[in-house]
Design a protein around this ligand. Structure first.
Ligand SMILES: Nc1ncnc2c1ncn2[C@@H]1O[C@H](COP(=O)(O)OP(=O)(O)OP(=O)(O)O)[C@@H](O)[C@H]1O
Ligand SMILES: [Mg+2]
Length: 406
């Protein structure tokens, strides 16, 4: 009953305003906190407040060390701290603090201690050196208690092992790396499979369509020689028109499957084709400024074209735009291609939507060849997608120069 009353009393009592620098004030024991302790103590007369606090210190899962700021030696450590440093409390008491850390960590440690002395507290990551040469990664909080003159008197360090977190981070980084490699492999397989299919269809279907057209041409000439040939000729014309439309549709589909033209037409002409076709298909006008036409390696060209296609598909699907601007910029080592629309604008978090893989795929493919993707929301509305690709190094000229220099 008494405990209840005391605890409620301590909660209801207005607490003093939080000090601007909590560490500087830490040695002023807060009477409100003590009331809770006193309440428990009164129920358990065998315990006095000090031994209760000592038990908390001893049983804390965090390593706690109290250092004398004047002599830079440890005056008290709890068992968890001793365990983190791989030593017994007695061993720790005999050596300077810095020797608990490997030489490589000592400068940073001193900087953090000085920071704590100056501003009252510091938080940092480091490693503790064990006597057997191994180390324990830790994160540490240091708080400073000052004397009446305001000089640092004691430092209280609270430490926790980061081994498990670092292991998890390392495993996560490895898993991410493997996933990226897998995604890249799948991308490569998909691309070469598409190329194989496009070639097969081109050689099969397109050749047959060309043959069909030629056959129809011959047929028309023969039919024209017949006495009642005219209506038949008109019919053959219709068939030819169908063949032409089918050829065009097939070529568009094949280009989407694999832009075979990339090799002989080059990236910039292919981009013009893609833009013209997209604009025809959607009815959205495209203003293109492609005066700067730097050369890109074949893989980079393919990535750029695929990225452009994804950006345009997104405009068609999400933007509700009335116009699109596309521009190229030659930045020397980098080539920039921007696709701007005046639509509703991409919202923050849109790229992280579950199932949205288009922009993620583009940024991964760009990353894999040393490029990058930037997506910005425009003011007052609209979206700008920026692709940055690396130019191939001018190895030939470079080699020439260095040979001459030698
Ligand atoms: N030009 C744009 N204007 C407005 N919103 C856009 C634009 N581009 C992308 N977004 C938003 O960003 C989201 C993510 O785009 P992303 O291309 O990654 O995925 P998606 O298009 O939804 O699906 P998919 O995986 O088929 O590409 C879209 O769902 C859309 O909400
Ligand atoms: Mg998309």
């Amino acid at each position: 009953v008494e405990l209840d009353v005391d605890m409620r009393a301590s909660r209801d009592r207005p607490r003093t305003a939080a000090p601007a620098n909590p560490a500087a004030d830490a040695d002023a024991f807060d009477a409100n906190d003590l009331a809770v302790v006193a309440g428990i103590v009164r129920m358990e007369p065998a315990l006095d407040p000090l031994s209760l606090l000592a038990a908390a210190f001893r049983n804390s899962a965090y390593g706690i060390a109290i250092a004398d700021a004047r002599t830079n030696t440890l005056v008290a450590v709890n068992p968890a701290y001793a365990a983190l440093s791989g030593r017994t409390a007695e061993e720790i008491g005999r050596i300077p603090i810095t020797e608990l850390y490997p030489p490589s960590e000592r400068d940073a440690l001193m900087e953090n201690i000085e920071l704590a002395d100056r501003v009252g507290a510091s938080h940092f990551e480091s490693r503790l050196a064990h006597p057997d040469g191994s180390t324990e990664p830790v994160e540490a909080d240091v708080r400073v208690l000052r004397d009446a003159a305001g000089a640092p008197r004691y430092r209280i360090a609270t430490l926790r092992s980061t081994r498990r977190r670092l292991d998890t981070e390392r495993r996560l980084a490895e898993a991410t790396h493997r996933l990226r490699a897998l995604a890249q492999r799948l991308e490569d397989v998909q691309e070469s499979e598409r190329k194989r299919m496009a070639t097969a269809l081109h050689e099969g279907l397109m050749q047959s369509l060309a043959g069909l057209n030629l056959g129809l041409e011959t047929l028309k000439q023969r039919v024209a020689e017949l006495p009642a040939g005219a209506p038949l000729c008109a019919h053959v014309d219709e068939l030819q028109a169908t063949v032409r439309a089918t050829t065009l549709a097939t070529r568009t589909a094949l280009d989407g499957l694999h832009p075979a033209g990339l090799k002989h037409l080059g990236l910039w002409t292919m981009i013009e084709h893609v833009l013209a076709r997209w604009s025809d298909g959607t009815g959205v006008p495209v203003v293109a400024d492609l005066r700067e036409r730097p050369t890109l390696a074949e893989d980079a060209s393919l990535v750029a074209l695929r990225a452009l296609q994804e950006a345009l598909t997104n405009v068609g699907r999400h933007a509700h735009a009335t116009r699109v601007r596309v521009a190229s910029r030659d930045e020397g080592r980098l080539v920039e291609l921007t696709i701007e629309d005046d639509g509703i604008g991409i919202a923050p978090g849109d790229r992280d939507k579950p199932g949205a893989l288009g922009l993620l795929g583009v940024s991964e493919r760009l990353r894999s060849i040393g490029g990058e993707l930037e997506v910005d929301r425009l003011r007052p509305h609209g979206t700008r997608v920026t692709l940055r690709l690396q130019r191939p190094r001018a190895t030939a000229t470079h080699r020439l120069r260095t040979t001459r220099e030698r």
